[in-house]
Ligand binder design. Structure first.
Ligand code: CP
Ligand code: NVA
Length: 295
């Protein structure tokens, strides 16, 4: 693994090794407190973030290194500097690059011109760090069996489908008509146990995890009213949770909008593992950075 742009960049065995390393780093953080000594991660953001920024920056501090928050809008990128130049400049200073961008092609271009590892912190197409964290969280809770994602077939769903395929997990994606996952991503996982439906109840039947994401993704704010109308019937409420396995957990990448994609009863209820997921972003990403930079 040279970069982590796409779940395609990581093999099943490497995911298993990553989970073992995450367990070790989570249990004995002091043993890893200087593995990034004198090393710097630059974190380029073209979109807002709470978890991605905090977990990467705090993770670098815990590893003995430093994270630089680099906002696209206040950089020369906002005045037309090519991302290929910025990538080469960053490679002269930094030990790794993490980026959150709109266009996935731009992420690929960034990685193509980088001499240091590049980690995708979300694009419109993919969110690989989130999916690896989600499967790690389910593995930790002994629920890595059947995931039902209910929501928009975009970045979070795409990476979850790909990661589930790699880990032989039954993954069901329920979206409104017209919001199904990208056809190329569906094609990539066509040999795996991944199904797409427009019926949330069909998706959650027997599931060990029910997963929700925002109805209006970053950059779609102008379509808010139409999207909310199209998602009618896709809110995760207690009735839907009750149609999953009795011991199913509720997951959400966050931020959560109680009353939209999920009810407060579910998001803040006993089945919810949303804050364990958020915490695990940091542990899994520390393992990703240590692997990419030092191994
Ligand atoms: N889940 C996630 O990526 O959160 P942020 O948008 O807050 O980084
Ligand atoms: N689908 C959401 C994920 C947020 C972490 C978005 O792109 O805004």
């Amino acid at each position: 693994m040279q970069h982590l742009i796409d779940i395609n960049d990581i093999e099943t065995e490497e995911i298993e090794q990553l989970f073992e390393l995450t367990d070790e780093m989570k249990e004995n953080p002091d043993e890893f407190s200087s593995v990034m000594d004198n090393k710097t991660l630059v974190m380029l953001f073209a979109k807002p973030s709470t978890r991605t920024r905090l977990s990467f920056e705090t993770g670098m501090t815990q590893l003995g290194g430093h994270g630089i928050f680099f906002e696209m809008g206040s950089s020369q990128l906002s005045r037309g500097e090519p991302i290929s130049d910025v990538s080469q400049v960053m490679s002269r200073y930094e030990d790794a690059i993490m980026a959150r961008l709109f266009d996935h092609e731009e992420m690929i271009e960034l990685a193509e011109h980088a001499d240091v590892p590049v980690v995708n912190g979300l694009t419109d197409l993919l969110h690989p760090c989130q999916a690896l964290t989600d499967l790690y969280t389910l593995h930790e809770k002994d629920r890595l069996d059947t995931i039902a994602f209910v929501g928009d077939g975009n970045n979070v769903a795409h990476s979850l489908m790909q990661a589930s395929a790699k880990m032989d997990v039954d993954c069901r994606i329920a979206t409104p008509e017209g919001m199904e996952p990208d056809e190329e991503i569906q094609e990539r996982v066509s040999d795996a146990d991944v199904t797409v439906t427009n019926d949330p109840y069909e998706a959650v039947d027997g599931a060990t995890a029910v997963y929700s994401d925002v109805f209006v993704s970053m950059g779609e704010e102008d379509e808010r009213e139409e999207k909310l109308a199209e998602f009618d019937g896709f809110q995760v409420d207690q009735d839907l949770m009750d149609a999953a396995r009795d011991d199913a957990v509720f997951m959400h990448c966050l931020p959560a909008h109680r009353g939209e994609e999920v009810t407060a009863e579910v998001a803040d209820g006993p089945q919810s593992v949303i804050f364990d997921q958020a915490e695990n972003r940091m542990h899994v990403q520390k393992a990703i950075l240590h692997t990419l930079v030092n191994e």
